[in-house]
Design a protein around this ligand. Structure first.
Ligand code: GRF
Length: 194
């Protein structure tokens, strides 16, 4: 059975993309077949090049037609540190086939503008004793789609946004890889993702 074709959208350094590239080996049910970015300087593009994966830089991330063309061959789409809102026609085309990783326990600490350092600053300011990572289906709103999986991470005394981010990032890599492989297996065996 051929592996499920996975496209990854990334705006930044791409360590989550790298975790997926490392997890999708030759016998894996999933294969990363395309990387798409809105940022020509994204480190994720260099990771794609090193892995021999075709990459596209969008001229206009708000243009649904351009994004659909870049994702034409994909069966699953993963947002891995993608900072732009996905146009509604693209969300509709990949209903229950598009997922996002967020470095907090959604629905808390999510939504417009809640990305990167700001997320962890807000968690620390709240006095929460734990944070974590969430993988969810993407809908028309930032960080609002149905949750697929979450993993909690303790907040430690003396944490800074950087130390908390690093502890969560390691968990994101594991969680995202597990979810993508699981969704690919379900797509292979059931032909759909319920
Ligand atoms: C991760 O923390 C992810 O949860 C968030 O953006 C960051 C991306 O990091 N959406 P990287 O580019 O995968 O290293």
């Amino acid at each position: 059975m051929p592996p499920v074709r996975v496209a990854v959208l990334a705006s930044g350094g791409g360590t989550n993309l790298q975790a997926l590239l490392d997890a999708c080996g030759p016998d894996s049910p999933a294969r990363i077949t395309r990387v798409v970015s809105n940022n020509a300087r994204a480190g994720a593009l260099e990771r794609a090049r090193r892995a021999g994966v075709s990459a596209v830089v969008l001229h206009d991330p708000d243009d649904a037609r351009e994004l659909l063309a870049a994702l034409a061959d994909a069966e699953i789409v993963v947002l891995a540190g993608y900072l732009r809102l996905v146009p509604a026609p693209v969300v509709a085309r990949f209903a229950r086939r598009m997922i996002n990783i967020h470095p907090a326990l959604l629905p808390a600490f999510g939504g417009p503008g809640m990305y990167g350092r700001r997320v962890h600053e807000a968690v620390l300011a709240s006095g929460a004793s734990e944070s974590g990572a969430t993988v969810h289906f993407v809908d028309e709103h930032y960080d609002r789609g149905p949750v697929i999986a979450q993993r909690t991470v303790p907040v430690r005394k003396g944490d800074t946004p950087e130390t908390l981010a690093a502890r969560i990032l390691a968990v994101e890599h594991e969680l995202l890889s597990q979810v993508v492989l699981d969704l690919a297996r379900r797509l292979q065996s059931e032909g759909e993702i319920q």
